[in-house]
Write a protein that binds this ligand. Structure first.
Ligand code: VGL
Ligand code: ZN
Length: 202
């Protein structure tokens, strides 16, 4: 068993990020058995859920003429334009049916503001608008966080780096994550996580 100060943060294991989904991550569903086991081990268990309005500004379709996976400048910095995904209330936004979401204490939704994306579970992509997760974890006494889920190089990495900056002791279990890997984004994300003091384990 784990210490009472240990929290598991499960990032975005939703249908749209699994094979057959709108923004499928290769092998995204393969991590689910291990994640289900981890959900039984940890005393504090959080699931995040990417949760966008249908006209979200991170969607290529919201920018006439723009191709999915191109990058534009937003007021808060560069933004990859994604295929529409995880639209609020759709099957694509639901947790994968094999994920034991019943084992979670908290479901944290993010990306619900139409004008700004939110990769991190802690802050929106402006790096300043909080989601409230930090307060939740601190008030439950969490100091050590283990992150797993989808996708390694976007929501997992951004969450891990923010958590380390906030002073949590952070481990990412790479074997329980899968990546999008867009133009070297996985290597960059690993470098950035290590530089932020995140421990990467298998
Ligand atoms: C994610 C791209 C867009 C993720 C979410 O969960 O990594 N990636 N929205
Ligand atoms: Zn998203």
């Amino acid at each position: 068993m784990r210490d009472p100060n240990e929290a598991l943060i499960v990032i975005d294991i939703q249908n749209d990020f699994c094979p057959g989904g709108a923004l499928a991550v290769a092998g995204g569903d393969q991590i689910i058995p291990r994640v289900n086991d981890l959900l039984s081990e940890f005393p504090i268990r959080v699931l995040t859920q990417d949760w966008h309005p249908a006209d979200h500004r991170s969607f290529a379709a919201s920018h006439p003429g723009a191709e999915p996976f191109s990058v534009i400048q937003m007021p808060y910095g560069p933004q990859v334009l994604w295929p529409a995904h995880c639209v609020q209330g759709t099957v694509g936004a639901a947790f994968h049916p094999d994920l034991r979401s019943d084992r979670a204490d908290l479901v944290l939704r993010k990306g619900f503001r139409p004008e700004i994306d939110s990769y991190s579970a802690f802050f929106e992509n402006d790096h300043s608008t909080p989601t409230g997760l930090e307060g939740y974890l601190r008030s439950r006494g969490a100091t050590r966080l283990t992150l797993v889920g989808l996708a390694t190089d976007f929501c997992v990495a951004w969450s891990a780096i923010d958590a380390a900056r906030l002073g949590f002791e952070v481990t990412v279990l790479m074997g329980a994550c899968r990546a999008i890997d867009l133009d070297g984004s996985l290597d960059r994300a690993c470098d950035d996580m290590r530089a932020a003091g995140v421990r990467l384990e298998e």
